[in-house]
Design a protein around this ligand. Structure first.
Ligand SMILES: C[S@@+](CC[C@H](N)C(=O)[O-])C[C@H]1O[C@@H](n2cnc3c(N)ncnc32)[C@H](O)[C@@H]1O
Length: 349
């Protein structure tokens, strides 16, 4: 059984700020000092069916194919966290899996598919389409719809050796590539004229609208430390807010951007944002070691013990509901122009 987030029903009349969400709207904090939510059961599915001998390091496993290029683990803990993150985004996006105006796409590509949930979902939504998910790690389930397949492939390769696509999707690939513009350019090459690309990315920066986040907020400080480590290994994390510009520079037209706010924990008053924040807190607490270990040992020369000691107060700060912090999730989509849109105008002879 897959994991789903139960979204609380609204009891009264005011619309949820999740429904009314706009990047400029303010999320109202909850004045109740307790979390105010009953515990709710979740169930998860293990998708760790490795056929490769994964790299073992500091108690975690990492991809063997192109070993060392992706700094985050591929073990069961991380895969279950990715599945939780998938459900969080699904609720945040109000059930939408994509934003581009797709019309009967026949060939869909998901780069860095992870556990493949998005690809499987798209296979179900578009039964006529052939959906391909690529990744460095074979962490996808075996039983998938007939029209979905997974390929172990490195998106850094010059030639993706694919037939042209109707839709190319990327999600949460921050820190994976030295220059994400190359992935956008290669996607452009691999799309049919008139076809769409879409990227859904988190901006790791912690934002706060009401002054409750002081300069010593440990999670925000961790974000800066992680950013430094990622820059040192040459794979930047802060790509989300640049995507729209990069799409346009690559030649995409009709480029759109939507920005969503995702609370760090359950500090909001609105029940839907509170539930999202609550699951996001679990997501961050489950992920913080994964996002630090290899990156900080490689990028900052820290030892595992130094990292573990550092993470103690970072974890506490993630659960601190007096700080009303949130991340921005960027969704950007654009269309590869038709040939007649890029041809220079014919001059009259
Ligand atoms: C944070 S996960 C996101 C997974 C999925 N897109 C999602 O939203 O759950 C990033 C994924 O990208 C994959 N990845 C990293 N570098 C890659 C590369 N060069 N080529 C293909 N996949 C890559 C990783 O193995 C990992 O599964």
């Amino acid at each position: 059984m897959s994991l789903t987030i139960p979204v609380p029903e609204r009891d009264g009349s005011p619309p949820s700020s999740l429904e009314a969400a706009s990047p400029h709207s303010i999320i109202e904090p909850d004045s109740d000092p307790s979390d105010g939510m009953q515990s709710c059961d979740t169930s998860t599915k293990s998708v760790n069916q490795s056929i490769f001998d994964f790299v073992r390091e500091n108690g975690r496993t990492y991809h063997r194919y192109q070993a060392g290029s992706y700094p985050f683990p591929n073990d069961q803990l991380e895969n279950e966290r990715m599945d939780l993150q998938y459900e969080i985004l699904k609720v945040l996006f109000k059930g939408r899996s994509y934003f581009a105006p797709l019309e009967d796409p026949r060939r869909i590509l998901d780069i860095g598919t992870g556990t493949g949930k998005w690809a499987i979902e798209m296979g179900n939504i578009f039964p006529q389409a052939e959906v391909t998910g690529t990744d460095l790690s074979p962490i996808q389930p075996e039983w998938v719809p007939n029209n979905v397949k997974f390929v172990i492939d490195d998106a850094n390769e010059e030639d993706w050796m694919l037939d042209p696509m109707d839709f190319i999707h990327t999600r949460l690939l921050l820190g994976c590539f030295s220059d994400f513009r190359e992935i956008i350019a290669r996607s452009y090459q691999n799309l049919k004229p008139g076809a769409w690309m879409e990227s859904q990315e988190i901006m790791p920066t912690v934002y706060c609208d009401d002054g409750t986040m002081g300069p010593d907020y440990a999670y925000a400080e961790w974000v800066q430390t992680q950013d430094q480590a990622a820059m040192n290994v040459g794979q930047p994390m802060r790509i989300a807010n640049k995507l729209k510009r990069w799409y346009e520079q690559a030649g995409f037209v009709d480029v759109h951007e939507e920005v969503f706010k995702l609370p760090i924990n359950s500090w909001p008053k609105d029940p839907q944002f509170k539930m999202l924040g609550r699951f996001n807190e679990t997501n961050f607490l489950d992920g913080i070691q994964a996002w630090s270990l290899q990156l900080f040992t490689k990028g900052l020369n820290w030892t595992k013990d130094e990292i573990e000691v550092y993470l103690v107060h970072v974890r506490k700060s993630i659960s601190d509901r007096s700080v009303h912090g949130y991340n921005k999730i960027y969704v950007v989509w654009g269309r590869k122009p038709f040939d007649h849109e890029t041809e220079p105008p014919k001059t009259a002879s």
